[in-house]
Structure formats: C-alpha cells, structure tokens
Write a protein that binds this ligand. Sequence first.
Ligand SMILES: CC(C)(COP(=O)(O)OP(=O)(O)OC[C@H]1O[C@@H](n2cnc3c(N)ncnc32)[C@H](O)[C@@H]1OP(=O)(O)O)[C@@H](O)C(=O)NCCC(=O)NCCS
Length: 171
Amino acid sequence: MKIRVLTKEDAPLYWPVRLRALKENPEAFGASYEESANRSLEQVAERLNASDNQFILGAFEADGQLVGLTGFSRESLSKMKHKSMIWGMYVAPEARGRGVGRLLLHEVLEKAKKMDGLEQIHLTVVTKNTPARNLYLSMGFRPYGLEKRALKVGDQYLDEEYMVLFLSKDE
Ligand SMILES: CC(C)(COP(=O)(O)OP(=O)(O)OC[C@H]1O[C@@H](n2cnc3c(N)ncnc32)[C@H](O)[C@@H]1OP(=O)(O)O)[C@@H](O)C(=O)NCCC(=O)NCCS
C-alpha cells in the first residue's frame, strides 16, 4: 500500500472514490452525494491544491487503484492554528479490514507531529459508527463532547461524538 498526498492531477482518480463514499455511506459524512455530484473536475482539482496546512491523503494498491482517503486541515488564525482536523476518512469496502485506515491515520499523525506549533487534531464521528470509532480510539483520540442530532439523513437523526488527540505528551 502506498500513501501519498493527492495533487490536482489526481482529481479524476479522487472524485469517483469520494462520491462513492458519500453515496454508499451517507450516514458517515456531513457532505451529501446529492450536493456534491454535480461538481466539475476543475472545482475538485482546486480542492486538491495541497499545502502544508491542508491536504488529502490517498492510499493506493500496488496496481495503482485508489482505495482510501483522508483529509487534513489546519486552522490558519493565530489563536487557533495550534488546532487541526481530520475529515473524510474512507476506505473502499473491498479494501477494509487490512489496516488501510490505520495506515492513513498514522501518516497524518506523522506529518502533524512535524508541524511547528501544531498541538491538537480534532475529528467528529457518528456515535453508531463502531469501525471508525474503534479506529480513532485505538490511535489515541479521546471523546470530549457529544452533539445530539448532529446529522439528519432522510428522517433519521444521528448523534456525533467530538474527539481530540493532543500531540504533546503533557495532556
Ligand atoms: C472506518 C474505516 C475507515 C476503517 O477502515 P479500515 O481500513 O477497514 O480499518 P483498519 O483495517 O485500518 O482497522 C483499524 C482498526 O479500526 C477498527 N475497526 C475497523 N473495522 C472494524 C469493524 N468492522 N468493527 C469494529 N472495529 C473495526 C479496529 O479497531 C481496527 O483495529 P484492529 O484491526 O487491530 O482490530 C472504514 O470502515 C470506512 O471507510 N467506513 C465507511 C466510512 C466511514 O465510516 N468513515 C469514517 C467517517 S468518521
């Protein structure tokens, strides 16, 4: 498995995987398939304009197939740039259970630890999403809050847990 930062040129590979994630796992993400589906590849490429503070990682099989994604974004304002967030974690069903999700998170953490002044990584997870929740807990993320009815998918409400990982050892 190869993990690397996606670039604008990866838009045609990235977008079908992201749309599949939104379509097949609507209960896992804040974004919806319906609101995302008509985005042009040019618009998608703009979002893949990676910087030190913002990037999307891809996990590639040996044959080049993109099977996993995770986004990272750091706050830019001076009082908040000690904080960052992970979003859009997804592994294609056929690649699950082989450590790809853990590998993606590990790579984000390795990058994050090298970022000057970065102290915290936040994320949200739907409380019922046991695979994702277990993954985050096993990587050291800890719950610090609960948002009741954070998402409404059709007529179903989903609660979300807020989680954080403090990078410094004194927390
Ligand atoms: C959550 C997700 C990214 C996990 O990816 P994955 O590559 O299958 O996960 P890994 O194989 O790296 O597993 C790492 C850990 O996650 C947990 N985990 C993964 N799948 C699990 C499952 N089906 N049930 C319970 N725990 C599970 C375990 O703690 C596992 O560690 P272990 O293998 O030592 O037991 C994947 O299931 C997914 O894409 N789900 C749909 C989208 C989603 O929910 N995204 C998260 C949004 S917050």
